[in-house]
Design a protein around this ligand. Structure first.
Ligand code: ZN
Ligand code: ZN
Length: 277
């Protein structure tokens, strides 16, 4: 079975070389993600803390008209959530793990579509904003067995592409101490696994900006643990970027649903309104 999976990945890779690319969003020929669809992802995004899912610009939004302030870009966005005590000076997410963005991340990660390097790196860089010079991008290391099965190391490729585009350094400063698998594990187990999962491969420099990059923020246990390990190894300025995170689970009655969801953007508000009707 294992060999079969590898063969399928390879086959897809060869097909990608000979077949023309189509935009995963609209089907346009010639590219895996056209400018229009890429801009739509960025336009629809809201600044959220991936951990508690609160809007980072909430304080500013509460003071005035929500839609106008957010769309005009006047709402002041905090670099990091003040409630979650995350070990990052800035933490950014491209968007919710749904629709086109979800498909892109899955094709990149599980199907090894290398042509998505550029599009996903551009999205990550766009949401990071100005980070400064002398940045080192560090990929959150993927389990070695998964890299071999999928035929590509997607977080490494993403980190490298981001660094290339900005003239930054990209270093595999972290490695997995343990090849633990997280899928399906309970949160407490995942947190313990995460703490033991990473070690640094080099001494990190105080004063340099280390930008930790990963594909998906689920519980955040991996990103948090990796950041703590980097801090212990000497990093003083840490930032984080992930491509996608899940929307908060909606629990209880329709009334709660709107309360939970209306804060996240127009699409969510529409869903909540429909649920109430
Ligand atoms: Zn498109
Ligand atoms: Zn938070």
């Amino acid at each position: 079975m294992k060999g079969f999976v590898v063969k399928i990945t390879r086959l897809k890779w060869w097909l990608d070389l000979v077949a023309p690319h189509t935009c995963r969003g609209c089907g346009a020929l010639g590219t895996v993600l056209c400018e229009c669809c890429k801009n739509n992802i960025l336009r629809e995004r809201v600044e959220i803390c991936p951990s508690c899912k609160q809007r980072l610009d909430k304080a500013a939004v509460r003071c005035g008209d929500k839609r106008r302030e957010v769309n005009a870009g006047t709402a002041e966005v905090r670099a990091v959530c003040e409630e979650c005590e995350l070990p990052f000076g800035r933490l950014r997410v491209v968007g919710w793990r749904e629709g086109l963005l979800k498909r892109l991340v899955e094709e990149y990660k599980y199907q090894g579509v290398r042509e998505l390097d550029a599009a996903l790196a551009e999205l990550a860089l766009a949401v990071m904003g100005e980070v400064g010079e002398n940045v080192v991008v560090v990929p959150l290391p993927t389990i070695g067995r998964h890299v071999r099965q999928r035929g590509l190391d997607h977080t490494w490729r993403l980190a490298r592409e981001m660094a290339l585009r900005k003239g930054w350094e990209c270093r595999r400063a972290l490695r997995r101490a343990k090849d633990t698998v997280q899928v399906g594990a309970k949160q407490a187990v995942r947190e313990t696994q995460a703490r033991e999962a990473y070690e640094v491969t080099e001494r990190l420099e105080a004063g340099r900006v280390y930008l930790l990059a990963d594909d998906v923020w689920t519980t955040g246990a991996s990103m948090r643990a990796a950041a703590e390990v980097m801090k212990m190894a000497g990093a003083t300025r840490l930032m984080g970027v992930v491509l996608a995170t899940g929307r908060p689970k909606v629990e209880g009655a329709a009334g709660d649903e709107e309360g939970v969801m209306k804060d996240y953007g127009d699409g969510a508000a529409e869903v909540a309104q429909k649920a109430q009707k």
